[in-house]
Design a protein around this ligand. Sequence first.
Ligand SMILES: Nc1nc2c(ncn2[C@@H]2O[C@H](COP(=O)(O)OP(=O)(O)OP(=O)(O)O)[C@@H](O)[C@H]2O)c(=O)[nH]1
Ligand SMILES: [Mg+2]
Length: 691
Amino acid sequence: MQVHGVRRTWWQTSGRYWFAASVTTTCPLTDSPTAIRGNGIGVRAALGLTAGSTRQATEYIHVRWYGCRYGRRYRAICLGVTSSIRHDLRNLAIIAHVDHGKTTLVDALLKQSHTFRENQEVGRLIMDRGDLEREKGITILAKNTAIRYGDVWINIIDTPGHADFGGEVERVLNMADGCLLLIDAAEGPMPQTRFVLRKAFEVGLRPILVINKLDRPLADPKKVLEAAHDLFLELAENADQLDIPVIYAIASEGKSGLEPESMTDSLEPLLEAIIHHVPAPVLEEGGFQALVANLGWDDYTGRLAVGRITRGEIRPGDTVAVLREDGAIRGKVAKVMLHRGLGMDAVDLARAGDIVVLTGLDDVAIGDTLADPDYPDPLPRISIEEPTVRMTFSVNNSPFSGREGQYSTSRQLRARLLRELDLNLGLRFEETDSADEFMVSGRGELHLAVLIETMRREGYEFAVSRPEVIVKEVDGKKMEPVEHLTVDVPEEYVGAVSEALGKRRGDTIGIGYEGNARVRLEYAIPTRGLIGFRNAFLTLTAGNGVMGSLLLGYRPWAGELSAQRNGVLTASQPGVAVAYGLANAQERGITFIEAGEPVYEGMIVGLNKRGEDIAVNVCKEKQKTNVRSSTSDISVRLTPALKMSLEQCLDFLGDDELLEVTPKGIRLRKRFLSQADRARRRSRAAQATSA
Ligand SMILES: Nc1nc2c(ncn2[C@@H]2O[C@H](COP(=O)(O)OP(=O)(O)OP(=O)(O)O)[C@@H](O)[C@H]2O)c(=O)[nH]1
Ligand SMILES: [Mg+2]
């Protein structure tokens, strides 16, 4: 029989298994949707199923439960019957705000499922394999793994929690049937908790709530549970989603429990909850169909396409239709692989429900449907929220161009950016009037900074402009993105943080005392005002604050922000910086370069104490005289240069400035390098405004 649009829920009560689904077909046994009162046995009897236990019988029944428990009674409508359930499989996504412990929990699950040899040294945050992920200690890309628990393979998708990588979460949720929503027991729900929960509900998932980090001194699991319930009430799209299983955990120690007071030394309670609450996939029959949710690369086999099979089955050698945005093509599958632990195993057959990795399909993009050529039914493409921040990527035209990078031409830069679009769904690319400059938009500064750093390490050199928010015009009105910012700080920093946010045009929308002398402030603030705020916030709170933000939408332009930065010191001529020249520059402000570094005219070498830009000669040597004075031999004492990270440099950039990025390093510079050029531009701009 044909079953469309199945949403399934399994749960267990009093030792019985229940299965619910909303299906838009008629039950062939009853001929029409039938209201059935009673427990599983009643359901079975009403459908005329006689043999087997409750569990076996209900496997075959699609029912839509409406209402809820009345003591131990249930109400349900039977909507359809299907052939089989994949009891051997669960597909699970792990979602949360940044740093609430997702990857640490996956570590513990991998270790406790004996994925590694007894004495194998595997380290921490095993899934964060990217160099940048390891350096920054955050997850950037969503990744799959699979563990075995009893007879069941649990496919786990670890997702990033940082708001800038929200696109990754949206991309992979359609592979899962259920999710773990982690919340830090001390911090409680944060903005990204709301975002990911909303996304999970949108695709119909019923989360298991995991209150993690119970060992933290400020942990208050009761309060966090209440806050989580409020969030569920606010966001749930149907009553089913309010029936929340809760597990308490200390991911870093691999412990979990049903109550904070009864923690066990293993993740068994969590694994049991996964088995019972995450719906087992339905083995849907029919022509093969899978949505490509990820792409990978293997040096031996080439392009890897990753996706969940929604219908039918696939074997090596099968021909599939690749339903692309611009039409269908055909491809032959070489290898069929399934995730097993951290690796993949080649198999002879994969069936509906499996998250499969296919090789042999070269022309495939994320969002394409792979289908049986005889039944080429496309699945909806993955939709991703729009970017809010953009910057230009241009060919490096500084005097040092071509010296430090392997790839520096406009053609190479363009090809690399276009390649990125295949994988990085939250990113947009536009040509500009200049052939040497491209506009790249992303979900936030960090999203773009990660791309810049990745390209730099691959050998590219280029220049980027200051990140700016994407402004829209609606009914002739200028609108800008505004975010809901939540900051959690110790009381003594509230004054400084509110002042800084006020200057950035933040409007307070809430304030709450959290206990333990901590305060939670909530603001509506233009995304513009948040650019560069993360660094300022770390300094203001001496690293004791937590912040997170979530896009609220577009609101009318809030007006200009007051100037955030002083003028800069630029090099007045090319050469090599020397101590004497730098010492002179340090009388004017803070310097960014050390003696011995080559400079060019227009390169930014420091920050002025005052508002205007000035040119300084950092290459100037002390006049040599024949007269030896008592002080001439005393070497100049220099304050060490202030070295800024890539993200700090992006925050620092002014409108008329660029960041030169090469595999060897990064340099701040003026867009127009010669002083004469800049003076001419300034006077032209002044004329234009006065005209
Ligand atoms: N005290 C305590 N710390 C924990 C626990 N679980 C994780 N952590 C710590 O929290 C930090 C963040 O953990 P991750 O697992 O990287 O968090 P994440 O949710 O994967 O973070 P993103 O992927 O960047 O969103 C790490 O320093 C962990 O050691 C826990 O149960 N207790
Ligand atoms: Mg992580």
